[in-house]
Write a protein that binds this ligand. Sequence first.
Ligand SMILES: *Cc1c(COP(=O)(O)O)cnc(C)c1O
Length: 413
Amino acid sequence: MTLSSITEPTDALADLVAGRLPDARGRFGPFGGRYVPETLIPALERLEDGVRQHLRSPSFQQELAAELKSWVGRPTALTFAGRLSERWGARIWLKREDLAHTGAHKINNAIGQALLAKRLGAGRIVAETGAGQHGVASAAACARLGLPCTVYMGSIDMRRQAPNVDRMRLLGATVVAVSTGDATLRAAIDEALRDWVADPLGTYYLLGSAVGPHPYPYLVRELQAVIGREARAQFLEKAGALPDAVIACVGGGSNSIGMFHAFVPEREVEIIGVEAGGRGEALGDNAATVSYGRPGVLHGTYSLLLQDADGQVQETHSVSAGLDYSGVGPEHAFLAHVGRVRYESAGDEEALAAVRALCEAEGILPALESAHAIAGAKRWAASHPGGTIIVCLSGRGDKDMPTLQQTLLKGEK
Ligand SMILES: *Cc1c(COP(=O)(O)O)cnc(C)c1O
């Protein structure tokens, strides 16, 4: 089955722009929905009611805005990358999510959902984490609001990301090792869901990306949309026009959907998502889900997945742990389906080269995830000399030093 045979994209984009998606069933066209065990349905319905009641209420928005400003450090800067622009030939701007508290965009979602959990009367938070970044953001948000926090993490990831495990513990979270399944993010999500089902009233599940069953992809998008809203206003103020393009890296898809949302209605703005091309095109060598995946269900949502001919979800590879996920948020599958966003991939080597380029030209060490977007911007610049592009710099690269020592710095003394 090809993507375009599922439904006709006619007018679907207009529905999204008009705010009619996700629809009442939590779908973005054919994608999204709620594919979970019966036992989880009441919890998701309660969450959906809570989102409807609180998310747009003035008192919630006021409380969220105050935390974003005084604790997260928003608005984050929009930085003109002058020397990089000179080298690459387009005018490149950086939306600085690396400057947000805890070093990445994930905190926007974590503090928003933690505030929501409080309003819903939850007494504790559970979260999953892969690379540890969402675990750290959740632990920080929970400490800030005085909520106990349990983070599920694959035992393999705990070994690979030991400093983040320590950070979570310092921030007061309980980190639970998951040794079942693939002992990485996929298994950690399963365990967090199991914990939530055991006490859906007292526990709140703080999901870390724009994935999972409805209403999570919607909720996370709304909480991350502040990125694009700020970037659009900041760019308009500085340049007096919209950019020619915006670009962001895509793992589960939260920083990118947050960046894209305000630009989707601006048809003249080109939107590009960059996935992890890893070592190459073969199944298992990358995490480029939109580029190489096929439709299927993972973690409660119908979207694109990296799977084999029998529908077995495949392991992924990327030099950046945060992009290493075999699924992608359903709204991205939709945006690809209707042709509004172009998805491409950048490989490990391109991302590493982009880390070096940004360090040398701008004095900014980007996260390896964000470096994929920088690599995409370089390519875009080559074909759009003089054009303007905003890159979502989703996080800072300090956390990647062990990987950078083994790659870029290898042999240097
Ligand atoms: C987690 C992470 C990502 C990938 O997650 P998305 O949900 O796709 O945004 C990208 N960049 C950084 C810095 C991250 O920590």
